[in-house]
Design a protein around this ligand. Structure first.
Ligand SMILES: [Zn+2]
Length: 414
């Protein structure tokens, strides 16, 4: 539906924010149509009787007070407002956020444990499950992602990792990826996602106002209550815990019916938490490179309309995810890409292994660990055997070769 994107209330609101006038933005926010009576976001917690952590319930009396105040401040219909924003940004939930959601709710485990999920689960093991459930319900686990998506641009100098420890590798690889692949990529903005956003009161207020469509005073109140909650347990590190930035994704606004999102530039967003997890597993610096190249692979897919295939549901998702893995490994292995040796490539493959899942019937199925490993191994082989040596296949030709190979890559093990 093509409405006049420049005059929609949400868009006016966003432009007002961009021009730095929060008060004007909040006035524009009040022009929003009331939320539709759409379905509320289903609870992220699996309905397993007796095992669900209850949101807005804390073991500690002080924290319970904070939760009660928070609940009282939330506007009526907040769940559907949040669900509406989430639905407009389908790239925010990713393979990484699935691992994250499993880590915070063990009853949600669908596959054998992987080291990455266990590492994250360990980082939050002592946090009150009711607090985690509340943060998840309120979407706080995605606030740094939404902030980066809506407001962060490459016009502001970007650094990667909590202290910039991944800046060099990420920035250099992005330049190499732009040179390596034949797509138009200069307009893809590379931006970072930091937990420190949750410690910045103005940014938190701006985002809360956007998500819940509330006035400035209410947004400030909500932001302060969320800040209090984030300080209620030292393990949450006031938002710096990797839980809040455990994501990396590719975004394009093209075709998004929401004018706010369709007017945003193409982006690749890299979260500190996911890179920190990979480093803890000993996969530095290869894993951040592999993830970045995988997300770049999704942009090749956006650009080349590669999301269309005769496949549907979980099989369609599995195909595009395995293909992105293959784009990534091809670049990492290729003599004109990163020319990685066998050992480093194995580490890259391990990165994809960590996100392989067993949710065969889920629409978010990304391929099993073994299928992801096979795709990566196949791509490395193509990179190393292509003749003449040094030839980089056009991206569409590489995708065609991948599609021809796919039935073999996903064949059941014998
Ligand atoms: Zn992906």
């Amino acid at each position: 539906m093509l409405t006049d994107r420049h005059s929609s209330p949400r868009h006016r609101w966003l432009r007002a924010i961009a021009s730095g006038t929060l008060a004007a933005a909040l006035m524009a926010a009040t022009l929003f149509a009331p939320p539709s009576s759409g379905q509320a976001e289903p609870s992220p917690w699996r309905a397993v009787a007796g095992t669900d952590p209850a949101p807005f319930t804390a073991a500690d009396a002080n924290t319970q007070d904070t939760l009660n105040e928070l609940k009282a401040t939330l506007p009526a219909g907040w769940q559907s407002r949040l669900a509406e924003v989430k639905a407009a940004a389908p790239s925010v939930p990713s393979e990484w956020t699935e691992i994250r959601d499993e880590a915070i709710d063990p009853s949600d485990y669908v596959c054998t444990s992987t080291a990455l999920r266990d590492w994250l689960a360990d980082r939050i093991a002592d946090v009150d499950p009711g607090v985690l459930a509340t943060l998840s319900e309120l979407g706080v686990l995605d606030y740094p992602a939404f902030d980066a998506l809506l407001f962060e641009t490459s016009a502001t100098p970007q650094f990667f990792g909590r202290d910039g420890e991944f800046s060099k590798v990420i920035k250099e690889n992005m330049l190499d990826l732009r040179r390596f692949w034949d797509i138009r990529s200069h307009d893809i903005q590379l931006v970072a996602m930091h937990g420190a956003m949750l410690q910045d009161r103005d940014r938190l207020i701006r985002l809360v106002a956007f998500l819940f469509e509330v006035d400035e005073a209410t947004a400030a109140q909500l932001a302060d209550q969320i800040t209090e909650l984030l300080a209620s347990d030292p393990d949450l590190e006031k938002g710096l815990n990797p839980l809040f930035t455990f994501n990396a994704f590719a975004f394009t606004g093209e075709g998004d019916p929401d004018p706010v999102f369709s007017s945003l530039p193409d982006k690749i967003i890299m979260g500190d938490g996911i890179m920190e997890g990979m480093r803890a597993l000993g996969l530095r610096p290869v894993a951040p490179q592999a993830i970045l190249a995988h997300e770049f692979g999704h942009h090749i897919q956006f650009e080349g309309d590669l999301f269309d295939s005769p496949l549907t549901g979980p099989e369609a998702t599995r195909r595009t995810e395995l293909m992105a893995d293959a784009f990534s490994t091809y670049f990492l292995a290729h003599p004109r890409g990163q020319a990685m040796n066998r050992n480093r490539l194995l580490a890259a493959t391990q990165t994809f292994f960590e996100v392989g899942d067993c949710a065969f019937t889920s629409n978010n199925h990304h391929g099993t660990p073994l299928q992801r490993q096979r795709s990566a191994a196949w791509a490395a082989d193509v990179a190393n055997t292509v003749r003449p040596r040094g030839l980089v296949l056009p991206s569409l030709e590489f995708a065609e070769r991948f599609d021809a190979k796919l039935p073999e890559l996903v064949a059941p093990d014998v």
